[in-house]
Unconditional design. Structure first.
Length: 286
């Protein structure tokens, strides 16, 4: 039996849609230390790579030029390299953190039942936390390339995006393509967001939700590396996580990104629906 008793009468002027405004939840999350630490880590990565390229000695491997070899060609190339090295794992962390450390953290602080008794409807509570979590995840993905572009431009100059296979994209086109890349990476990470958010409604331990989402994402990457699975890998979100590379070509190919987007959104919608459905029936005791 739920510890919260639904009231049949409401106070005059009460509007469920006005409870827990997004701006209030956003301010709460922005003030948290983990948000500031995550932002600092992402902002520091371009400086770390700048130092690494300064003291390193990049060389072609087997006569082939890779994206890493073009990192110092321009600020746009440096930003693209930052996205390449972080998309597979580093950018998974803020998504899992901001979406997994939501409901679970309130339960861990024993404040969840007081929020619901305010009264904040359960659907409204989840919606506010999900929107803010996804918003912070997107902000993290924008922060990295913006800082990288600024650092790369200061270090290597403003110029076209040099493509490893030959050719280049002018600065205007390169900026547009990088925006597409960021948008696609965000969409591809919706599965991790869905996993973290669903787990957050199932546990009172934030680290369990965050770690579970990261762990399952890693499992997906491992399964994608098993070539024996054949075409079954096409149904894994991890299989399409680097499809954005087709966008930074002289003649972009969109089919892989379209398939990856469809897979990611489908999984994410199912997971978000499970989170809302499960939380609506959950006995909240913390």
């Amino acid at each position: 039996m739920s510890t919260l008793v639904e009231r049949t009468e409401t106070a005059s002027g009460y509007r469920a849609g006005r409870t827990l405004p997004l701006r209030v939840e956003l301010v709460r999350q922005l003030k948290r230390r983990r948000t500031l630490v995550m932002g600092a880590i992402l902002a520091a990565l371009p400086f770390v790579l700048l130092i690494a390229f300064a003291i390193g000695n990049p060389s072609e491997r087997n006569g082939q030029v890779t994206l890493m070899d073009t990192a110092t060609a321009s600020g746009a190339n440096f930003a693209a390299v930052n996205l390449f090295v972080s998309a597979g794992f580093l950018l998974v962390i803020p998504v899992a953190l901001f979406c997994g450390d939501t409901v679970a953290s309130e339960a861990g602080w024993s404040s969840l039942r007081y929020l619901l008794a305010a009264p904040v409807p359960r659907a409204r509570l989840l919606w506010s936390k999900l929107v803010v979590g996804l918003g912070l995840s997107l902000a993290a993905m924008i922060l990295l390339p913006v800082v990288a572009l600024a650092v790369g431009t200061a270090g290597y100059g403003w110029g076209p995006l040099q493509i490893p296979t030959g050719g280049a994209l002018d600065t205007g086109t390169a900026t547009q393509r990088l925006l597409v890349v960021v948008a696609y990476i965000f969409v591809s990470q919706l599965v991790t967001a869905g996993l973290a958010f669903w787990l957050s409604t199932k546990t009172d331990a934030p680290l369990g939700a965050v770690g579970g989402a990261v762990g399952l994402t890693i499992v997906g990457n491992v399964l994608d590396a098993v070539t024996a699975l054949g075409h079954w890998r096409d149904f894994l979100p991890a299989h399409w996580q680097f499809a954005w590379a087709d966008a930074v070509q002289p003649h972009p190919e969109w089919s892989g990104m379209i398939q990856g987007t469809a897979i990611s959104i489908t999984y994410a919608l199912v997971l978000f629906a499970l989170a809302f459905r499960g939380f609506a029936r959950k006995d909240v005791v913390s």
